[in-house]
Design a binder for this molecule. Structure first.
Ligand code: AP5
Length: 190
């Protein structure tokens, strides 16, 4: 099989990491291996070493030029990884100064994904998941604002498809239907 690069995105709290873990478990049982990479972790390691931030949720508020530099370094490092790779990241990041493209041209050119997955669910479900997740410092915003972010992500994903020729897959991760979402992602990765 030719090595594949798949990018998975979704607004914070939609549950993309949970869906990824479920899909990779299913695939491992079938002997299909993917290396799972978190883009934010690559950025955070650089930011931490440079003493810029103490936790990953602070990165969204950094100056745009600093976030761009961190993105570029993460993109270059991830591009060196061979084999099937699944990259957990964001189509766009909500910063105090507006939406920042998560996969600008200089990152996409390095990675050249086969598919970009958008994980979505109802805005009020995302709101509840953020409120009950005590492990993170989630942005406080209403469901209308979450809806706007999900809509923006669809729009920017269309631009990414135009730039790279990749496919865009939308997966719904609804309450009580996590298994369905993981199975849908496994189908994309097989
Ligand atoms: P990152 O770590 O990717 O942040 P995140 O969006 O908060 O992602 P998580 O890993 O927490 O995943 P998730 O919120 O989708 O879901 P989870 O599985 O935890 O990135 C950190 C930072 O890095 C970003 O803020 C940004 O600054 C930076 N960054 C990253 N990529 C970037 C890029 N390309 N450019 C610029 N900056 C970038 O689940 C959430 C909750 O929901 C859990 O409690 C879970 O139990 C629950 N849940 C999940 N599924 C279900 C379900 N079906 N039913 C009920 N509950 C569910």
């Amino acid at each position: 099989m030719i090595d594949r690069k798949v990018i998975i995105t979704g607004v914070p709290g939609v549950g993309k990491t949970t869906v990824v873990n479920g899909a990779l478990k299913k695939l491992r049982e079938e002997g299909v291996e993917y290396q799972s990479i978190n883009f934010g972790t690559f950025m955070f390691e650089v930011a931490k070493n440079d003493n810029i931030v103490k936790d990953r949720d602070e990165m969204r508020s950094l100056d745009r030029s600093v976030q761009k530099r961190l993105q570029q370094r993460a993109g270059q490092a991830i591009a060196q990884i061979s084999g099937n790779v699944l990259i957990d990241t964001h189509a766009s990041v909500k910063t105090p100064k507006g939406y920042l493209a998560g996969l600008p041209e200089w990152v996409l050119r390095e990675i050249m994904p086969d598919t970009i997955v958008l994980v979505e669910t109802d805005d009020d479900q995302i709101l509840m998941r953020r409120m009950t997740d005590e492990t993170r410092t989630r942005d406080r915003e209403g469901s209308r604002s979450i809806a706007e972010h999900q809509q923006f992500n669809r729009s920017i994903a269309a631009a990414y498809a135009m730039m790279t020729g990749c496919t865009i897959k939308i997966i719904t991760n609804a309450d009580f239907l996590l298994d369905r979402a993981s199975a849908d992602l496994a189908d994309v990765l097989r």
